[in-house]
Design a protein around this ligand. Sequence first.
Ligand SMILES: *Cc1c(COP(=O)(O)O)cnc(C)c1O
Length: 377
Amino acid sequence: MSAENESSPIDMNDDNPLSLLREDLRDFAGYSSARSEKRSGRVWLNANEAAWPSVADGEGSVRRYPDPQPQRLRETLAGLYGCEPQQVLAGRGSDEAIDLLVRALCRPGGDAIVITPPTFGMYAVNARLHGTRTVEVPLRDTPAGFACDFAAVAQAVERENAKLVFLCSPGNPSGTLLPLAEIDALAQRLRGRALVVVDEAYLEFADGDSAVSLLAARRNIAVLRTLSKAHALAAARIGTVIADAELIAALQRCQAPYPLPTPCVNLALRALAEVPHNTTKARVVTAIGERERLFAALQALPGVLQVYPSQANFLLARFDDAQAAFDGLLDAGVVVRDMRAAPQLGNALRISLGTPEQNAAVIEVLTRNAQMRGVAA
Ligand SMILES: *Cc1c(COP(=O)(O)O)cnc(C)c1O
């Protein structure tokens, strides 16, 4: 079936986010896997799986291909994020969701995305791999922290005909939480033109609501969440995109046939059960307390020029000698993220929050380091 001369059967009013999908993918059915064909039977000989479990796999829990989107996981994530199961697509981290969105909305070798640097690097990486242009609207460095220039973002999308806007809230590495009212107004303005993606990888640490609450009125918003940060499951690789149910179904058709390894799904379900989840929430509260303590301690340190307010689980700070601070920490065995290559961050380091003991060690090392260099407070 050639995509060029098929007219799409979808009602393309400008509220339907499917109108944002690549035209050549609108009638794309994706791969039809053995697992996706619904059949009932007793003896399953349709997927070339092994007849016996691996000796390494005691109960044979991984002998068969997994459900592409296990219903229990979908329901659990929907409950966690406050949406309907059909609005959820789980995948291999939010990294996969970013890749899927770029591939499904932007033409290979064409179109554009808008990002707001300094920001998470994967948006531009995926655009580049796809041959899609990245248009930058820098965050504004204000006395209150980094801020998004929403009017400039909207103008850039309109000027460059961009299909996707990647907002990060709280921002990595800025730490800034974006106002929902501004996100809502941006999506309203870009309706029928672009999808506004809100990457909420760190929202658990923030004092604010999810952009999921905007979805009912704005079908051109997609929200990214992950189990990698607050939920401590980075190696399980489970991230979620939450969006209009029709858009989610279209994205799933572009996704790999079996994106979710069964052991990872089971681990996620165990982690999201009530008791472990309560522990996770308590640790987030501890991390927030540590963040405020470390923020104050860093600000009081000689050699620290500025600490950005953070709604995430890291602090971004400018140093009079970032190299010396980085090296001093490294000599003490503490590895932080050198941000000096990022736009506007030529003297900055990003420090993830550790345990209270680890955070105390960071302050101790930096204090000793500054004293040795004779920096005045
Ligand atoms: C860590 C991070 C991610 C990646 O999350 P995964 O689910 O592990 O792929 C996405 N976005 C931002 C802003 C991040 O910092």
